[in-house]
Design a protein around this ligand. Structure first.
Ligand SMILES: Nc1ncnc2c1ncn2[C@@H]1O[C@H](COP(=O)(O)OP(=O)(O)OP(=O)(O)O)[C@@H](O)[C@H]1O
Length: 263
């Protein structure tokens, strides 16, 4: 299976350089979590891989195929991208929104096979009972689940998920990330997800990449990368690393009891 490679990529947005000569390789069957403080360039990185932001320097390849703006449609055919914001301005049912995952393959009608596939995925994700609701009437978490179904229906080779569980309760967070993990393994996907919850990243990611001001600070297994020595200066808080009953690290930010009230 081809790998996705970033070679010395730089991204500039307005006056901010959000990636600086960043190189990385992503392999099939692996879940990669992009981590780092707010505004450090995580979403910009996903947008660049999706071809939504152009590079000021460097190259991106999927196997032998380069990302080029001239062949953006064929580049994007391989990708299922779930952006951070899931607001939708048009009045569509949840089922219709999910079916849009197959937009490039849809004809004038939707066959039974595709319809059943969409409904099965919605069943798996736990939103089949919402199929005929208007997407605009859903809660933020329900919309996030609908957008995830759309990505799965797309059957992508590369899954890009930008904070996919930010609006979800514990049950749905675990359910979604479990499916991300399973689909990645079974279908040999390259999965790159932005997460803020470092403990969830430690539970579900094979590899983590820690970004700080557009620079890759560290990458490797959660166990190797998510150390208090690295995290405390990067996030500007004291951090303790505990372990759950399965031996997986739990990252706990510590209150500074003597600091008093912060304005
Ligand atoms: N449209 C834009 N125009 C100019 N600058 C932008 C734009 N969007 C983002 N930026 C800047 O680029 C930098 C990186 O933003 P980005 O959204 O990639 O960060 P992030 O790590 O995903 O942040 P968060 O964790 O808060 O979602 C930030 O400093 C942000 O202010």
């Amino acid at each position: 299976m081809p790998a996705l490679r970033l070679d010395e990529i730089s991204i500039v947005r307005g006056a901010t350089q959000t990636a600086r000569a960043l190189s990385a390789e992503f392999n099939a069957g692996q879940v990669y979590a992009i981590l780092g403080p707010n505004g450090t360039g995580k979403s910009s990185l996903l947008k660049a891989i999706f071809g939504e932001l152009s590079l000021s320097q460097g190259r991106i390849h999927y196997g032998p195929h380069p990302l080029s703006m001239r062949h953006l449609a064929s580049w994007r055919q391989r990708i299922g991208y779930m952006p951070q914001g899931t607001e939708i301005d048009v009045s569509l049912t949840v089922l219709e929104v999910v079916l849009l995952g197959k937009l490039d393959a849809l004809h004038m009608y939707v066959g039974d096979e595709l319809l059943n596939e969409a409904l099965e995925i919605m069943q798996q994700v736990g939103i089949v009972d919402l199929a005929h609701r208007d997407i605009q009437t859903l809660s933020g978490g329900q919309r996030q689940l609908a957008m995830f179904c759309q990505v799965l229906l797309r059957d992508p080779a590369i899954m890009l998920l930008d904070e996919p569980v930010s609006a979800l309760d514990m049950h749905h967070q675990l359910n979604l990330l479990e499916q991300v993990h399973q689909e990645t393994r079974q279908r040999r996907l390259i999965t790159i997800t932005v997460l803020h919850d470092l403990s969830l990243a430690a539970q579900f990611a094979d590899q983590v990449m820690l970004l700080g001001e557009g620079v890759l600070q560290a990458s490797g297994t959660p166990h190797d990368v998510l150390t208090p020595e690295r995290l405390s200066p990067l996030y500007g808080v004291a951090v303790e690393r505990l372990y759950d009953s399965a031996g997986i690290p739990v990252i706990r930010p510590l209150r500074q009891m003597n600091r008093g009230l912060v304005n």
